[in-house]
Write a protein that binds this ligand. Structure first.
Ligand code: ATP
Length: 267
């Protein structure tokens, strides 16, 4: 599939010769990547390749040692996570960040109000409450939790909690979404449903995801970036990545063989 492109638009996310060292160890070693607006990109690679570190660099949790991170053409390296969030990039919250004693509706509405700039001056938002409630309801429909709106977050299933986490991530209207292993810990059938949900929720947005499940990666991504020892060794369509001998040798050969062996055992 050809990645969607907007004529003349800057890449949604661009990494330029990005490097990150911890002490004397260089973990990200000159990563360059340009993700186009509306594209869904999966970052894959062996354990310890630097995938989470890359996410932390993009979302502002870490500053790079050198190189640049650009969001819609604007440099964001060195900015704080909340500033990057205001510029339109949202990273998924972890399940542990949900307000477990609040309802599904209240969790999303908190995120909506937060994104509208309300912090503690809650009296200010009364006039806008209807808008916030409407927006919350729209998000609940998108994440398929509208029928669970009054359930406390702690009483949701694990998969529902992860859907809620995605709802919170998109509540601010960000157009670039980072999801860290969104289907981790889910059963096969939950994963299939969840991939469809991610597809729907990220329609028209740019998605970057770190994912170990190759079924998810190949089913969801327009392009795949393969990270090995902190370097992007391939960035291409799923078909091209699958056929790339360097990727086969460095990573995918062993992963696909393992996946096939597991499938054969389960059969
Ligand atoms: N804050 C840190 N301080 C020192 N070393 C770190 C730090 N964060 C990550 N590392 C090291 O960087 C390397 C890459 O880690 P990272 O978590 O980014 O890899 P990963 O590709 O996400 O791995 P996995 O697939 O296992 O989650 C590892 O060797 C890790 O120990």
């Amino acid at each position: 599939m050809t990645p969607p492109r907007t004529a003349g638009a800057a890449p949604a996310v661009e990494l330029v010769d990005l490097r990150k060292s911890f002490g004397r160890t260089e973990i990200i070693r000159g990563a360059s990547l340009a993700v186009q607006p509306g594209e869904r990109v999966a970052i894959i690679g062996p354990n310890g390749a630097g995938k989470s570190t890359l996410f932390n660099l993009i979302s502002g949790r870490f500053g790079p040692t050198s190189g640049e991170v650009r969001l819609n053409g604007q440099r964001i390296d060195g900015k704080a996570p909340y500033e990057i969030n205001r510029l339109g990039l949202a990273r998924s919250f972890q399940v542990s960040n949900l307000f477990v004693r609040l309802s599904v509706f209240e969790n999303i509405r908190c995120a909506v109000l937060w994104s509208l700039g309300y912090r503690y001056a809650f009296w200010k938002f009364l006039a806008d409450l209807k808008d916030a409630n409407d927006r919350t309801d729209r998000i609940l429909e998108m994440i398929k939790l509208d029928r669970r709106r009054d359930v406390l977050a702690m009483n949701l299933t694990y998969a529902e909690q992860r859907a809620l986490e995605i709802g919170i991530t998109i509540a601010g209207g960000a157009d670039v979404i980072l999801l860290d292993e969104p289907t981790a810990g889910m059963s096969r059938s939950e994963t299939t449903r969840f991939v469809q949900l991610i597809r729907e929720v990220t329609e028209g947005r740019t998605l970057l995801t770190v994912e170990h499940d190759m079924g998810v990666v190949f089913g969801l991504a327009d392009r795949i970036a393969v990270l090995v020892y902190g370097e992007v060794i391939a960035f291409d369509t799923p078909e091209a990545v699958r056929a790339n001998p360097r990727v086969q040798e460095a990573y995918l050969g062993s992963v696909l063989a393992e996946t096939q062996a597991r499938a054969a055992q389960a059969a």
